[in-house]
Design a protein around this ligand. Structure first.
Ligand SMILES: Nc1ncnc2c1ncn2[C@@H]1O[C@H](COP(=O)(O)OP(=O)(O)OP(=O)(O)O)[C@@H](O)[C@H]1O
Ligand SMILES: [Mg+2]
Length: 291
């Protein structure tokens, strides 16, 4: 019998699911949003049923040993999990302290892991000072330092830029070399094709919800009013740090769809927080009209 799981009052989210992963192998479990990837990560980590109640059938075994009845803590000794809501897995006040908390083994490992994950520059940063994508890298780095036998990563690609995805591929490669068994739960492989050994698909989640009509804004014909303007905006969070925004000048017109792209830690969220007024520029001005 495979693994089945349902929440109180829901239908079966996972239905008779069977898979295995061997040491030194990477398995990808692909499924669209709502197909049960996070639910599966919760079942493996023990969050279900220890923290979130749900009905479980079937079993999960690690090296032949049934996990039912074992706590989250007990499972952490052999399985390293990186959750989709990874922010809950940051325990250190600073980046270095967070890595130290997870460290099992030689302290020198912290040095290469900081370099491997492109985090050297942030070593002394408070963890709350990191961008979303950098926090994600830190959680994966900490998991690596805890040296588990098996690794489960839920949606590891979602918040990462191109370089971050390359780091995940290198991480999977390195874990395989070390003989770990890896499960990646994701919607798409996006750059992991070369390091994944096998793929299984979760069933498409059947939603009863009708798709609502989405009105796409009419594009501007060229004479539209400017509703958001950044005039030479500089911003830093802390006087001892570098500027996150440097001389940003942009102008967005009504009806225009404007994409702001940038790698992890480049300031996208910081910029958004200037538009909704959560942050004020250190220099320069932001003008937002009538939205
Ligand atoms: N605590 C809960 N109680 C009831 N239903 C839940 C709970 N958590 C998740 N679900 C439902 O279970 C289904 C699967 O959700 P899950 O989060 O596992 O999907 P997912 O594949 O991880 O999606 P995504 O790609 O968006 O992260 C969804 O219908 C969701 O609404
Ligand atoms: Mg999920």
């Amino acid at each position: 019998m495979g693994l089945s799981c349902r929440y109180p009052d829901s239908g079966w989210i996972l239905k008779d699911l069977s898979f295995y992963v061997k040491a030194g192998e990477a398995l990808a479990i692909l499924g669209p949003s709502g197909s049960g990837k996070t639910t599966l990560a919760y079942c493996i980590s023990g969050i279900i049923p220890n923290r979130i109640s749900a009905e479980l059938r079937g079993s999960i075994k690690v090296d032949g040993e049934d996990l039912s009845g074992s706590s989250i803590r007990e499972r952490m000794d052999s399985i390293g999990i990186v959750l989709q809501n990874y922010e809950l897995q940051i325990f250190g006040l600073t980046v270095e302290e967070d890595l130290e908390i997870s460290l099992r083994g030689d302290r020198g490992n912290i040095e290469w892991i900081l370099e491997f994950f492109g985090l050297e520059k942030y070593r002394d940063y408070y963890t709350h000072e990191l961008s979303g994508g950098l926090k994600h890298r830190l959680v994966i780095a900490s998991m690596m330092l805890s040296d588990p036998e098996y690794v489960v990563m839920d949606d590891p690609l979602a918040n990462l830029d191109w370089n971050g995805r390359r780091i995940i591929a290198k991480t999977v490669e390195s874990l395989k070399r070390d003989g770990k068994g890896i499960v990646v739960l994701t919607r798409k492989l996006r750059g992991l094709e070369d390091v994944i050994d096998r793929v299984i698909h979760l069933r498409q989640y059947e939603s009863n919800e009708m798709l609502r009509e989405v009105k796409i804004p009419r594009m501007c014909d060229g004479n539209c009013e400017h509703i958001i303007e950044f005039r030479g905006v500089y911003f830093k969070y802390n006087k001892d740090r570098d500027y996150v925004l440097k001389d940003i000048r942009l102008s967005i017109r009504k009806g225009e769809v404007f994409a702001i792209m940038g790698p992890n830690g480049s300031g996208k969220t910081t910029l958004m927080k200037h538009i909704n007024g959560l942050l004020k520029p250190s220099r320069g001005s932001v003008i937002v009209k009538g939205i």
